[in-house]
Structures are given as structure tokens and as C-alpha cells.
Design a protein around this ligand. Structure first.
Ligand SMILES: O=C(O)[C@H](O)[C@@H](O)[C@H](O)[C@H](O)COP(=O)(O)O
Length: 319
């Protein structure tokens, strides 16, 4: 994996890695393939950078496992450090490859977990001028409203890093929910034409470089809630709900074809409140007829990493 700094790169794969007490690593079999799984100690001397990089190498688990990885952290600060390294490495890779790095944010605790990107060494090392920032979902409220995902991200992250203001693509909060979804979809289409957003040759949908998602206790991701018909939307890029089970009720959201066309999906799931949904998503005695939204996250042209903790994994006996 590319990294933002030379120091981080040499740390991640240097012989010092093998001197650490080695985190356990295994393959989990899930209803829809395998997951590379690694338990990461929160010991201060044990950076998660090494294990994350090591997992980037294809192994005996084959293609399914190389597309999905599961990281389990003891401490939130280690998860945040690993998430920052992951994002910074991808930023460097995509800025070099295509002169742009398209990053999709969500709401919730994910935003706080991004805080280390606004600290040294990333604050200086990341080429923020290449970042283009989007939202996987947004509550249809004014941008300065306490419920706004834009406000959360601005207050906690974006105001602390020098992403150019005209490369932060917020929902138009002057429109109705239908209008805001159409407007955001048109914004994406324009940026595809400009070459800022890539297109997946596999799916024909926009291919964001990094899709950062959280998950609710009910297994929802973005504003795609269990049992809601929009989880089956397969034409539009952006759709809306007016009856979200979690307030506020009006939201716009990326659709599954967009989410699943991402080059990299980072799914952050922490806390005991998520254990039931995680168990359903990752345990093997599963029927495919009533999938939770989180189970419908299936990268078609990229890879996915779960950033989790032990409480979230606590109902899985085989970890
Ligand atoms: O729009 C929303 O209601 C939230 O953004 C929501 O989708 C959130 O991302 C998840 O519930 C995970 O949140 P936590 O990580 O804070 O639990």
C-alpha cells in the first residue's frame, strides 16, 4: 500500500514488523466469500501500519479475501491511526495516478475517527489540493443545522485541512429533497465529464477512490435502511428518502451501484450496539433473502476494509 510519508512506508514493511508480537490473522468464511481477518493489539509499541500493509498483499485466501479485509482494533485511537494511514496512502496513490482523489464521507463517529489526518505527519504530507470531497448521504436540513452531515464534517475535519473550498461538494440545501437528490446527481455527472470522478469499466457507474462509510445498529449504511425500497435502486446515482426511520426523515443518499463501484470502501463499525448486525453480516448461517444494507456492500471493481473493534465483533464466536 502506498503511504503518505517515507517514514511510514519503511515502518510498515521493515523487519521491525516481525519483532512485534504478531497479531493473529485468519480467514473468515461468510455467506458471500472470505474475509482476511486480523486482530490488532492496542499496545503503544505496535503500530497498526504494518499489519494493514501486510494484508494488502494477495495471499492464499484468493481473490474474494483480497477484496474484503477485516481489521479489529482494541482501541479507537489505533483504529483512527490506521484509518488515517489508509486514507493518506490512497490519497498519494490516486493523486499520482489521476491527479485527483475523490473521497466520500458519511456522518456519525466516522468523522471523529478521521481526526488524525488533520495532525502531523498527514497534515503536511497529504496533497490536499487533489482532494474532492463528497457525501454518501446527507440529511435535508440547512448546512448550518446541527443534523447536517456537512456541518459535522466541516466542524470536525474539513475546517482543519486545506482542501480547496470549490472541491467540497455539499448538497444544495435550498432545494426540496427530490430536487437536492437530482442536483447532486447532476453534480456527479458533470464531474464525470470533467474527469474528476472516474467511471468503473465493470459497472459503468462512478468509481470513487475512497468511500468512507459507517453503519447503524440496524445495519443501515449511508441512508439506505433495512427494508426500504430504495436499497434496490439500480439506475440512479443519488436517490432520496422522506421517511427515514432515523430522524431527520428527509435525506439524500448514494445508491448501491455507486457505493459498490468504489475503488476502496472503508467501513467503520465499532461498539457493542453494532454486534447484532455484524453477526448477521459475517456469520455463515445466513439466508440471502433478507439482507441488511451492510450485507449488500459488495465491491464490484475494488476492495473493502472493515475497521472494527472487539465489542462490535463480540457476537462472532469464530474470530
Ligand atoms: O445519517 C445518519 O443517520 C448517520 O450518518 C448514520 O448513518 C451513521 O453514519 C451511522 O448510524 C453510524 O453512526 P455511528 O458510527 O456514530 O454509530
Amino acid at each position: 500500500m502506498s503511504t503518505a510519508t517515507g517514514a511510514a512506508a519503511s515502518n510498515s514493511l521493515s523487519p521491525t514488523t516481525s519483532r512485534r508480537s504478531s497479531p493473529s490473522s485468519r480467514i473468515l468464511t461468510t455467506p458471500r466469500g472470505s474475509l482476511s481477518c486480523r486482530l490488532l493489539s492496542s499496545s503503544p509499541s505496535q503500530s497498526p501500519l504494518g499489519p494493514v500493509s501486510a494484508m494488502a498483499s494477495p495471499g492464499a485466501a484468493g481473490e474474494a479475501a483480497s477484496r474484503k479485509k477485516l481489521l479489529i482494533f482494541d482501541a479507537e485511537k489505533d483504529l483512527a491511526a490506521s484509518l488515517a494511514e489508509h486514507a493518506a496512502g490512497l490519497s498519494e496513490k490516486f493523486a499520482a495516478e489521476r491527479s485527483a482523489f475523490t473521497v466520500v464521507l458519511s456522518g456519525g463517529s466516522l468523522i471523529k475517527a478521521l481526526r488524525k489526518l488533520a495532525e502531523p505527519p498527514y497534515l503536511e504530507a497529504v496533497d490536499w489540493s487533489r482532494w474532492h470531497v463528497f457525501w454518501a448521504d446527507e440529511r435535508v436540513v440547512p448546512k448550518d443545522h446541527a443534523d447536517s452531515n456537512y456541518k459535522l464534517a466541516m466542524d470536525e475535519f474539513l475546517s482543519k485541512v486545506p482542501v480547496p473550498a470549490n472541491q467540497v461538494y455539499a448538497m444544495n440545501d435550498a432545494l426540496s429533497v427530490e430536487g437536492a437528490a437530482d442536483d447532486y446527481e447532476n453534480c456527479l455527472k458533470q464531474l464525470i465529464k470533467n474527469g474528476v470522478i472516474a467511471v468503473s469499466p465493470v459497472t459503468g457507474f462512478p468509481k470513487f477512490d475512497l468511500m468512507l462509510l459507517g453503519m447503524g445498529p440496524d445495519g443501515h449504511i449511508a441512508s439506505l435502511f433495512p427494508g426500504h425500497p430504495i436499497v434496490n435502486e439500480n439506475q440512479k446515482l443519488v436517490t432520496y428518502v422522506k421517511d427515514s426511520p432515523k430522524p431527520p426523515p428527509e435525506r439524500i443518499t448514494f445508491t448501491f451501484p455507486v457505493i459498490n463501484s468504489s475503488a476502496h470502501i472503508a467501513l467503520m463499525v465499532t461498539g457493542a450496539g453494532k454486534a447484532g448486525a455484524v453477526h448477521k453480516a459475517l456469520s455463515a448461517n445466513e439466508s440471502s433473502s433478507d439482507l441488511l444494507p451492510v450485507e449488500m456492500v459488495e465491491p464490484q471493481d475494488g476492495e473493502m476494509t472493515w475497521f472494527t473493534d472487539k465489542p462490535a465483533m463480540s457476537m462472532l464466536s469464530r474470530i
